[in-house]
Design a protein around this ligand. Structure first.
Ligand code: FAD
Ligand code: DHB
Length: 388
């Protein structure tokens, strides 16, 4: 089994396959240090937490992860809490993606697994045969060829696996959004106890955290925003304005440890398979980050793929592999809808007219006051079951 990419998708897949004795090699373009320190997502759905804990990589997550029973939607300068535990019996856990990645790499290497970091020039061939090849240049500069039974394309949105599918054999669905997120990680105590999505006239803002000392904050900005135009003072002033409530300090300031601008996009390729190549995670689909689905979808894909591959390698039966794409896409499209819906409800579209603004407010009031609407948001946010 050749796995291209050591992000959450590739590493969880290698971990699950390793546990059932399937021989797999992971190829990663970046260094171990780079992938272990790349700041990205932070909210784990209930099924993601369960999978990591049930398969033996949840010790630090249980110790250091922040289990939250809900989130807040902040509008009209007040918090409107959604109590996920009361609505669904489930919670979410705030734990940085790079911490999940660290735990998975450590577990895989401790189990004797093979991960090649710093590889270059990855090329796929023979995907229509039952012995595909993955050529690559190792970190030592030596060119090698892996002959595998199956290749998993877990190399993210900008990887080489999806483009290896011949033209005309797949179909793409996509949407761009007229805004992006400017995200910071700061050494400051979170000012609110739970993840808080704020909607207002100045635009969207999100207040999250990584620990009792570290806060993670985001601002809606223009899609082509230049980070250089955002000195620290401007970031803090804009966050304070957008997160303001009727009472209490909206945030605590501190040194900014990391900053970046993330584009917002919806994207799905169908099918998530070509011959012996199976695409998973961001290689197959992207969601805008409102709703925190990206990393969770990557884990869900490979949970389905690992089960199908275990059956294939132990019995030779291909039925589950044949059903992989359809089974994943059903849940992927549900998450695509949820992420698009959360994004549209919370952001301020450039040029939005008063009609659209009234619709947004009507929807925000509805999801925070109707138990039926609140439950719908909650069950999507905490994560639908993998068989959904
Ligand atoms: P990735 O994590 O992208 O992993 C792919 C891996 O493949 C990478 O390690 C990459 O280096 C490697 N790779 C790429 N090309 C090759 C190649 N040719 N050969 C070998 N290896 C290769 N989601 C949220 O829910 N909330 C957020 O706040 C959020 N912020 C984000 C910020 C950024 C900048 C990005 C890019 C994504 C963000 N996401 C967020 C989305 C979330 O992080 C992703 O959905 C998640 O990382 C998907 O995991 P993955 O394993 O499929 O892909
Ligand atoms: C975080 C990221 C998200 O995309 C989101 O919707 C909520 C929280 C975070 O980084 O903590």
């Amino acid at each position: 089994m050749a796995i291209v990419g050591a992000g959450p998708a590739g590493l969880v897949l290698a971990h699950l396959l390793g546990r059932c004795g399937v021989d797999c090699v992971v190829l990663e373009a970046r260094s171990r240090d780079h992938v272990e320190h790349r700041v990205r997502a932070g909210v784990l759905e209930h099924p993601t937490v369960q999978l990591l804990c049930d398969t033996g990589v949840g010790d630090r997550l249980r110790r250091e992860g922040l289990e939250h029973g809900g989130i807040s939607l902040r509008f009209d300068r007040a918090d409107h809490r959604l109590d996920f535990v009361a609505l669904t019996g489930r919670s979410i856990t705030v734990y940085g993606q790079q911490e999940v990645v660290k735990d998975l790499i450590a577990a895989r290497l401790a189990a004797g697994g093979e991960i090649h970091f710093d590889v270059g020039d990855v090329r796929l061939a023979g995907l229509d045969t039952d012995r595909p090849e993955v050529a690559f240049t190792g970190g030592d500069g030596v060119q090698r060829v892996l002959r595998a039974d199956v290749v998993a394309g877990c190399d993210g949105f900008h990887g080489v696996c999806r483009p290896a599918v011949p033209a005309g054999r797949s179909r793409v669905f996509e949407r761009d959004y007229p805004y992006a997120w400017l995200g910071i990680l700061a050494k400051a105590a979170p000012a609110q106890p739970e993840v808080t999505y704020a909607h207002g006239d100045g635009g969207f803002a999100l207040a999250s955290m990584r620990s009792p000392e570290i806060t993670r904050l985001y601002l809606q900005v223009a899609p082509d925003e230049d980070l250089a135009a955002w000195p620290d003072d401007r970031i803090w002033a804009e966050l304070a304005a957008r997160l303001a409530t009727g009472g209490g300090a909206p945030l605590n300031e501190g040194p900014i440890l990391e900053r970046g601008v993330t584009a917002m996009r919806s994207f799905v390729v169908e099918p998530m398979r070509h011959g012996r190549l199976f695409l998973a995670g961001d290689a197959a689909h992207i969601v805008p980050p409102t709703g925190a689905k990206g990393m969770n979808l990557a884990v869900a894909d490979v949970a389905v793929l690992a089960e199908a591959l275990e059956r294939f390698f132990t019995t030779g039966r291909t039925d589950r592999l044949d059903g992989y794409s359809d089974r994943c896409l059903r849940r992927v499209w549900r998450a695509e809808h949820f992420s698009w819906w959360m994004t549209s409800m919370l952001h301020l579209a450039p040029g939005a007219d008063p009609f659209e603004r009234r619709l947004q407010m009507a929807q925000l009031r509805y999801v925070t006051s109707s138990p039926a609407a609140a439950t719908s948001l909650a069950e999507n946010y905490v994560g639908l079951p993998y068989g959904w």
